[in-house]
Design a protein around this ligand. Structure first.
Ligand SMILES: Nc1nc2c(ncn2[C@@H]2O[C@H](COP(=O)(O)OP(=O)(O)OP(=O)(O)O)[C@@H](O)[C@H]2O)c(=O)[nH]1
Ligand SMILES: [Mg+2]
Length: 376
């Protein structure tokens, strides 16, 4: 279950129907960006489990995915909260951001006629709603379903939209909602079907985005495996063979984490305008950096890159009552954001797009505009 005591942790929730690939994706993130494979951490981005329970759970999924032949996870039961840290830099200048990655039983989005099960599904959805950022998983296979009703049904799109709408409507005026739309199983798309799938997705995102003016959508094709070989032999259907095919493993998490820095900086700046105590805490942090705003501070960090003396974790904590979200920001988080943006492939050609107010826009411009809004 999710550890509700970890107030410092941000929550990033996966949101997707059953078998859409949520667990394979989280497991692959751990498999290929932690030291579980025994090959050591990648030098500039890696994941650490923050407790033994999470380590055990993620290792099991990761080892299956790393095995030959690949073994796939079973359907997720209930809600799983993985306590991890996203780490940037190398061991001498490591920047760590603790967070809870939330996976859930996809069936919970489909609802149930059984009262007990429906209640348990509702409690899963409730727990997801206090998250800081969402990764909505839409399977590429579903985007290719011809019948639009069957398609929306398979995607559990009504449920996903209603969860995101409910969260977005409760946010305060200075806030925004970061949403990743992860197109899972992108490996199934061919040159012929890619455009059709994209068109279908764009329609869903356009409608939702026009309804949620405070949301931004980071649209990102993802894949972790692909099917190979024949599926039929001597009239007997065989289990498909899989091989690894990694696309955009880290981008959704880096985007989510960086967005949370921006949200929390805005929330704290807003509060500092009205509360003396917070203003004092804030002034202390700013003084340490000799800067006049959060983003001035970011700029100074980026310029001088003297990371080693910023290891201590001065932090600010508060509760956003609107969605019962814990707001937490430490100096290290600002460093995290400064470093993280270079990992985002928005300017590279890996299929990532960014949409605000139903319009495709530049992530850089969006960030710059949000930063300008944070003035003390
Ligand atoms: N082609 C392809 N298939 C995938 C990929 N990822 C997952 N799958 C397939 O999708 C199945 C379901 O993946 P899971 O990760 O268990 O799905 P889930 O969303 O966690 O499902 P629930 O736990 O039931 O909610 C896997 O067993 C694979 O067969 C991918 O990247 N490409
Ligand atoms: Mg699962």
């Amino acid at each position: 279950m999710v550890d509700s005591n970890s107030q410092e942790n941000w929550k990033i929730a996966m949101l997707g129907p059953k078998s859409s690939g949520k667990t394979c994706y989280l497991g692959s993130l751990y498999a290929f960006h932690s030291d579980v494979s025994g090959q050591g951490n990648s030098p500039d981005f890696y994941i650490k489990a923050n407790n033994a329970l999470t380590m055990g759970q993620l290792r099991e999924i990761a080892r299956d995915l790393l095995a030959t032949p690949i073994r796939l996870p079973e359907a997720t039961k209930g809600l799983s909260g993985y306590e991890i840290s996203l780490c940037l830099g190398d061991t001498s200048t490591e920047i760590r951001r603790p967070m809870t990655l939330i996976d859930h039983r996809g069936e919970a989005l489909a609802g149930s006629d059984d009262a007990t099960e429906a209640a348990s599904f509702d409690s899963i959805v409730k727990a997801l709603e206090s998250s800081d950022a969402f990764i909505a998983v839409v399977s590429a296979e579903h985007l290719l379903i011809e019948d639009v009703h069957a398609q929306a049904h398979a995607m559990n799109w009504d449920r996903i939209s209603s969860i995101l709408t409910s969260v977005s409507q409760r946010l305060q005026a200075h806030d925004f909602l970061p949403i990743v739309i992860a197109i899972s199983k992108s490996d199934v798309l061919t040159d012929k079907t890619l455009e059709r799938a994209q068109q279908a997705l764009d329609n869903y995102v356009a409608v939702l985005s026009s309804r949620l003016p405070n949301a931004c959508f980071f649209i990102c094709p993802i894949s972790v495996i692909r099917t190979t070989g024949t599926q039929r032999k001597n009239l007997i259907f065989q289990t498909p063979k899989y091989e690894r095919n990694l696309l955009n493993l880290r981008e959704p998490f880096i985007f989510s984490a960086t967005s949370v820095v921006l949200r929390n900086a805005a929330a704290i700046a807003e509060l500092a305008k009205t509360e003396d105590k917070k203003r004092q805490e804030l002034t202390t942090i700013l003084k340490n950096q000799g800067a006049t705003s959060f983003w001035g501070m970011l700029a100074s960090i980026i310029k001088n890159r003297s990371l080693t003396n910023l290891k201590h974790r001065a932090g600010i904590f508060m509760l956003d009552r609107s969605i019962k979200r814990n707001i937490c920001l430490s100096e290290e988080d600002l460093l995290f954001a400064a470093h993280a943006s270079k990992f985002l492939g928005v300017d590279q050609n890996n299929g990532v797009r960014f949409v605000v107010n139903a319009t495709e826009t530049s992530l850089k411009d969006f960030w710059a505009a949000r930063e300008r809004m944070i003035r003390l």
